[in-house]
Design a protein around this ligand. Structure first.
Ligand code: HEC
Ligand code: HEC
Length: 146
């Protein structure tokens, strides 16, 4: 009796040691990494597009507006407006890290305006994965607040 209690006690301790770190890892994945502030600057639609790893949450348009070309912080108070080829318009307010995204049904090509107070910059002929082109080392530099 005494022996088997000791064995069960040891087994329980081992299980706890294994389970506690696993549970903690699960939490940080869900709460800190895979949310609206995830991976600023990354090409969102590579995962949030049809067939992507996060295609339960498909975006028609998504990206990041940075405060500066270094990409160290998100632009605050800017507005991103997208008008599609059928004149449907979506207005997005980037969050704390500068990320913006929409699941609205849109058909490219898009007319895009990024507004910061009285300043604005525009682009014609955009498609939805803004950071796919706008990235350090990409076809054009990071998307920066006007
Ligand atoms: C490497 C793949 C990958 C990239 C790149 C990526 N995501 Fe995600 N994202 C995920 C996964 C996986 C989840 C978990 C939930 C899911 O499958 O929708 C997630 C979840 C989210 C959620 C929460 C969805 C919900 O309802 O819980 C948002 C919002 C989001 N991502 C926005 C973005 C934005 C904006 C970008 C680009 C700046 C981005 N993601 C880039 C894989 C990615
Ligand atoms: C296929 C590549 C590509 C995609 C996708 C793309 N852009 Fe661009 N973007 C460019 C290029 C190249 C320029 C510079 C020349 C021009 O203005 O057309 C540019 C210029 C801009 C400008 C003008 C200011 C600047 O940084 O030069 C803004 C604003 C802009 N894009 C926003 C967006 C937004 C928002 C999205 C997503 C809806 C987007 N772009 C998607 C390639 C792209």
């Amino acid at each position: 009796m005494f022996r088997s209690t000791q064995i069960y006690g040891a087994l329980a301790a081992v299980l706890l040691l294994l389970l506690v770190p696993l549970a903690t890892m699960g939490c940080s994945d869900d709460d800190e990494e895979e949310n609206a502030e995830m991976m600023p600057g990354a090409a969102c639609l590579s995962c949030h597009g049809p067939g992507g790893e996060a295609d339960d949450e498909v975006f028609s348009v998504a990206g990041t507006v940075h405060a500066d070309g270094e990409g160290t912080s998100g632009a605050q108070g800017v507005v991103v407006t997208v008008t599609d080829s059928q004149s449907a318009t979506v207005t997005m307010h980037p969050n704390g890290v500068g990320n913006f995204f929409s699941e609205a049904s849109l058909s490219p090509p898009f007319e895009v305006t990024v507004t910061n107070g009285n300043a604005s910059s525009t682009m014609s002929g955009a498609t939805g994965d803004c950071n796919g082109c706008h990235a350090a080392g990409g076809q054009v530099g990071r998307l920066v607040s006007p």
